[in-house]
Design a protein around this ligand. Structure first.
Ligand SMILES: Nc1ncnc2c1ncn2[C@@H]1O[C@H](COP(=O)(O)OP(=O)(O)O)[C@@H](O)[C@H]1O
Ligand SMILES: Nc1ncnc2c1ncn2[C@@H]1O[C@H](COP(=O)(O)OP(=O)(O)O)[C@@H](O)[C@H]1O
Ligand SMILES: [Zn+2]
Lengths: 246, 246
């Protein structure tokens, strides 16, 4: 692997979080994994390479990144101690339609790896750009990933997209840690009915078909969307992902 | 505008359907607009340029495209008579991670415009690639769009992304017809409670802020997801978009 980390950095494991389509909750799952891991006492970090929108900075309530000191760039540290660098916070004006081609994104990601001082990190979660096209492929190639976690929603359509993500991981020779299904169902707050908005969960079948581990199933919850909008994802306290962090 | 349509083609209006992030239901809204228009007796078509996944072919139950005769390429015609061409049906193996850069997508879209015989079409809806980056911008530049419709979900985050889409349309000098909010709420099938999964709808405020028309608000409905998975979106019969088709 060509790009060396900053001399003062120490990162044990780098895990890429991928999805076929946008909007299935990949950035949310990245956030929840880092929050859970940090709560369990493992020093965690997030490298946000998802250029489709500022989901991560928004979920953690980050308005701007304070970046440099004499030794190098230091990441933003969240309320519970998670170190975060986001490509979305580099954009001058986030409402300016940006032209990010694959190589430009990969260069920024490489700089995040080689110029930022990540100190004493056990788990770094990388929020990858969605899909399996040009941009995610170049990001895959610019980081020393130890494994990937695939995020999917219950709909049938997505399982074909899951196959694309599996093919990509196999082509890059990176192990798949497992699969998380998000938006599995919604429980009515008044009468408790379990509503399967996007159809019956198929994650067990899809996981069995490809020999993957199901790391968790997260329901649709208004409180999750509200915490993301308020920048308070660190105060979410359900443990849908307890399997994942083992 | 440089690219001429096929000599035997006739298309009155071309409308681009855009969204900031993937997964807000842009392909679904494109499908419902074409279905509604066709029902009202206006001959409609869909040009699917969204490379992030086969949402359109899936929703209409299209397995393969029968393409050519001696005069040129003919689109697929759906059960209710909508003409459809999808970039997703051109891919050899949809599970192969594809590398679609901006120019490659734009070339295919230009071919769909110049080599396909679109006969007697009043409204063509173009399902644009999501976002405001390289790929959607090049597609914008390769079709004679008469206007765009922005699809958004209620979350606060998305309104910043809506601004990006507005900036893009203004830079390209294309009028914005209006904005559709999708996944506005979910009604519990047992007790009827209106659950605002992604927070209170903000579409009126966002529309007022930018002087846009609200063309419709579509709730989250399990029947919509089920019809998409079954390839039967043409049998959806609610009229959430009746404002839009005026
Ligand atoms: N389980 C869930 N319950 C409620 N809202 C969710 C859930 N998962 C995701 N969301 C919301 O949906 C939006 C899209 O999620 P995001 O993580 O940004 O998707 P992606 O990264 O796949 O594009 C976010 O704003 C988030 O708040
Ligand atoms: N209002 C809705 N109710 C239920 N399911 C929906 C709704 N809108 C979209 N979906 C489902 O969500 C998935 C994502 O929608 P899609 O139109 O593909 O999004 P986009 O084109 O923005 O990526 C689709 O499979 C669709 O069936
Ligand atoms: Zn209920």
């Amino acid at each position: 692997f060509s790009v060396k980390p900053h001399p003062l950095s120490s990162v044990d494991k780098v895990i890429g979080i991928v999805s076929g389509k946008g909007g299935v909750g990949k950035s949310l799952v990245t956030s929840l994994l880092a929050v859970e891991m940090q709560k369990q006492g493992h020093s965690s970090a997030i490298l946000d390479a998802d250029i489709t929108g500022p989901s991560i900075p928004k979920a953690f309530g980050i308005k701007e990144m304070v970046m440099t000191n004499e030794q190098g760039i230091t990441p933003f540290t969240s309320k519970t101690g998670i170190d975060i660098m986001s490509i979305n916070l580099l954009l001058e004006d986030p409402t300016d339609p940006i032209i990010w081609r694959g190589p430009a994104v990969a260069n920024v990601v490489k700089q995040f790896w080689s110029e930022v001082i990540w100190s004493g990190i056990e788990y770094m979660f990388v929020d990858m750009p969605p899909g399996t096209g040009d941009v995610p492929l170049t990001v895959f190639q610019s980081l020393p990933l130890n494994g990937i976690i695939i995020v999917t929603s219950p709909q049938e359509l997505v399982s074909m997209i899951v196959e694309k993500a599996i093919n990509m991981a196999e082509q890059m020779n990176i192990p798949i840690i497992g699969i998380v299904e998000n938006m599995s169902y919604l429980s009515c707050p008044d009468c408790g009915k379990k509503i399967e908005v996007f159809g019956k969960s198929k994650v067990e079948e899809v996981a069995a078909k490809y020999g993957l581990k199901v790391l968790g199933k997260i329901p649709l919850e208004p409180s999750i969307a509200a915490l993301c909008d308020a920048g308070e994802i660190e105060s979410y306290n359900k443990d849908w992902l307890k399997e994942a962090i083992k």
